[in-house]
Design a protein around this ligand. Structure first.
Ligand code: SF4
Ligand code: SF4
Length: 166
């Protein structure tokens, strides 16, 4: 796998657009064939990527997309911050156009200037799961992962690796 370097979402979008013509047929083929070894391959790339690249040098996801929250996240974060749930909601949460609970502002209100997360141990489930490159049945989230290439340098590198080594 090529060395991962930090890129902003704007730079990643340009990179993805440049690769799109080659990426799309690979994704179509993977969705169709669902290769049994795909998870193993992607999980190994995920390990390699995060062994060599630190989220602290990036934080694109915390700065630009933010997590979808579930009620358990809201309760846990409110408790951690010693706030009543209603007060926590009023201060930090809104319901978006799809009815999902999200943070009111971007970058995330808990992202610190050095890219550390102020609530790391209690962070929302979606933050723990992002960028999903270690989940099972990766073939189910190929389209999502293509979109995530515009945010996450690790996903971008993994998708390019899949393209190069089909
Ligand atoms: S809660 Fe933490 S990990 Fe989640 S978006 Fe905010 S800063 Fe990032
Ligand atoms: S998960 Fe991806 S986008 Fe988020 S901080 Fe880590 S490398 Fe950056």
């Amino acid at each position: 796998m090529k060395k991962i370097i930090y890129q902003t979402p704007d730079e990643l979008k340009i990179r993805v657009d440049r690769n799109m013509k080659e990426l799309l047929p690979v994704i179509r083929q993977l969705k169709k064939k669902k290769p049994p070894q795909l998870d193993e391959k992607v999980h190994a790339l995920h390990e390699e990527a995060f062994d060599n690249f630190s989220c602290l040098d990036c934080a694109n996801c915390c700065k630009t997309i933010g997590p979808r929250l579930i009620p358990a996240d809201v309760e846990r974060l409110a408790r951690y911050l010693k706030l009543k749930v209603a007060d926590f909601e009023a201060q930090y949460i809104l319901s978006d156009e799809d009815g999902d609970l999200v943070f009111k502002s971007h970058p995330c209100p808990f992202l610190m200037p050095d890219n550390y997360c102020m609530v790391y141990e209690q962070r929302p489930r979606a933050c723990r799961e992002y960028p999903h490159t270690d989940r099972k049945r990766f073939y189910q989230i190929l389209d999502l992962s293509l979109r995530n290439c515009e945010t996450c340098p690790v996903v971008c590198a993994i998708m390019e690796e899949l393209k190069e080594n089909k």
